[in-house]
Design a protein around this ligand. Sequence first.
Ligand SMILES: [Zn+2]
Length: 125
Amino acid sequence: MTISASFDTSSYIFECCCGERFNNIGAASVCKKCRNYSVWGYTKYVVNILTEEVVHGEMPTDEEYAAAEAAAEIRWAEEAREFEDWKATPQATSRESARAHERCLQEQADAEEDILWDEQERLSR
Ligand SMILES: [Zn+2]
């Protein structure tokens, strides 16, 4: 297999289950984003995107994925509810909840930005 010379991110070939790319397996196998963004809640597998070889963990079957996804939806719904509860609590000052709050605000801001971009694109047509 030949690697295209124009592939400018050629060293970032290790992709974890949340889709983040790393230049080494070690970093990919402990991806922090997987904890929040993958249905597994951890780095289930890392794939070398050039060879499509699983270099860490195990590639799940469709059934396993479906089960993990269902579990994640329950977990995420639970977290969202906890956040709603937290927002209703005036003394929500612990560092942990402040971080969660920050993350949530950031996601909200990102979403709003996306809407803005869409709107601008629509207007420019
Ligand atoms: Zn990840």
